[in-house]
Design a protein around this ligand. Structure first.
Ligand code: CA
Length: 464
């Protein structure tokens, strides 16, 4: 029997849609109030899921490890906007073997403090930190229980640790912290934590109310901040990578693009690049710029969501300005945080109780990128007509009965659809009609959504 190889299959999908069409794919459930999603940048492929109650869990090969990476529930004051709120791995974590967290301790304010601390890894287990290794970097008193910010991130530009602090809380910034250059609250701080001894924290940006999730664009170093509004507007603030310190985002003189103090002076204040009103949401959750490879059409799009309404938006540069688009509505899902894996694929977590879910942001349009095909019978490239073809992709529902694959319009029998480490594997039987062609167009339909056609080269297997 003549055999055929489907080889060198490099599919670059071209999409007509100007904006992503995201679809949430549940990855794992059983999390307790997740508030941060991080990767260690160490090539391990792990995701570290921060639970507000004071634990960090490890997701490895699609499964939650039963033993937490770190459990400091006994020293964390959690509840409301308090808790273990942020995690950051330094550049070259694999060699340094330590990381940073941000949590609240004490009781209710004014006996409440934000702690930024360093923890070391245990000596012999890469999935265990040593809870007794805590070194405190910075402790800041919190005058009220809310607006604790809590996110940490290393800048890809300068390698320093950035820390977002809210204005101290209550409502309307009663202490005037946002604009007070002598207060660390209401600021973005920069900490040169990799130097010894640690220098004093630097106020990097002013005028923040409660930066609930900020991030750096891993490719450009630009800084994106979601800042929660008071009464009217939720905002996204932006700082280009080459901007220096001292930008003032306005709070509590301004709320987003409007005066919060009547008749305010707005000279020198930086306006948001995106805002939305209370008709669309109640509390912004800032996300990340997509820099992954699964969905080329969404590269450079910044994702955000509203915690209360489950609305998602995209924001991106357009000419000299900014463009935005509502992308998805997940009614009833409290989006607490976004995060990215080592490949730049984006995730978000719901914040619902003791059985919260981590989602990967897939796409309603399935993407296929079969990279190679093996004949399972002998492990060699190439399959006979009727033999099994393995197709890898993203955004494909795990439902063989709702999956169709066509080669030049000829349907192939779908054998199985399963998830393998965050992407989907579709197994079909090669239709015999491929035998007289050099190239075929492959299209995959999943749940009624068609992928772009990808070109499949069909190369007869050389004689043995
Ligand atoms: Ca502002």
């Amino acid at each position: 029997m003549q055999r055929f190889t489907f080889a060198f299959l490099i599919a670059v999908s071209v999409f007509a849609q100007p904006w992503p069409r995201p679809k949430p794919l549940p990855v794992v459930s059983g999390l307790e109030f997740p508030v941060d999603i991080q990767n260690a940048g160490d090539g391990s492929g792990r995701l570290f899921l921060v639970e507000q109650v004071g634990r960090i869990r490890v997701l490895q090969d699609g499964a939650l490890l039963p033993v937490p990476f770190l459990d400091i529930r006994a020293r964390v004051r959690a509840g409301g906007e308090r808790g273990l709120l942020g995690l950051a791995f330094p550049p070259d974590f694999a060699a340094k073997r330590y990381f940073y967290v941000n949590y609240t301790e004490g009781r209710s304010a004014p006996d409440l403090r934000s702690v930024i601390a360093r923890f070391r890894m245990s000596a012999d287990d890469p999935n265990q930190a040593d809870p007794s290794s805590e070194e405190r970097i910075l402790v800041v008193n919190q005058p009220f229980d809310n607006h604790n910010g809590g996110k940490l991130a290393f800048s890809p530009r300068d390698g320093q640790l950035y820390v977002g602090f809210g204005d101290g809380g209550s409502a309307g910034d009663p202490q005037g912290n946002g604009q007070n250059p002598n207060q660390l609250l209401g600021k973005m701080l920069r900490l040169d934590v990799e130097s010894q001894p640690f220098p004093e924290p630097e106020i990097w940006a002013l005028g923040l109310r409660n930066p609930w999730r900020f991030s750096f664009d891993r490719e450009t170093g630009d800084l994106w901040i979601g800042d929660v509004g008071q009464n009217r507007l939720e905002e996204i603030d932006f700082q280009a990578a080459d901007a220096g310190p001292g930008l003032n985002y306005g709070w509590s003189v301004m709320e987003a693009s409007t005066c919060y103090r009547p008749g305010c002076r707005t000279d020198g204040l930086v306006l948001p690049v995106f805002e939305y009103g209370r008709n669309l949401g109640v509390s912004v959750t800032g996300g990340n710029v997509y820099r992954g490879s699964a969905y080329p059409e969404r590269r450079g799009v910044y994702f955000l969501a509203d915690y209360g309404t489950g609305r998602f938006w995209g924001v991106r540069r357009q000419d000299e300005g900014w463009a935005s688009q509502e992308l998805m509505l997940l009614d009833g899902v409290n989006v607490a945080t976004f995060g990215e894996d080592e490949n730049g694929e984006l995730y978000f977590a719901s914040h619902q109780g003791a059985d919260a879910t981590l989602f990967r942001i897939a796409d309603r349009t399935p993407v296929t990128r079969a990279e190679f095909v093996l004949d399972p019978s002998d492990g060699q490239p190439g399959v006979p007509p009727g033999g099994e073809v393995y197709i890898y992709g993203w955004g494909i529902a795990l439902e063989p009965q709702n999956t169709e694959v066509y080669f030049d319009g000829v349907a192939a029998e779908v054998v199985a659809v399963e998830n393998q480490n965050g992407r989907e594997l579709v197994v079909v039987r090669a239709p015999v009609e491929l035998s007289d062609r050099e190239v075929a167009q492959m299209v995959l339909v999943s749940g009624g959504e068609r992928s772009a056609a990808v070109e499949v080269k069909i190369v007869p297997r050389p004689p043995a």
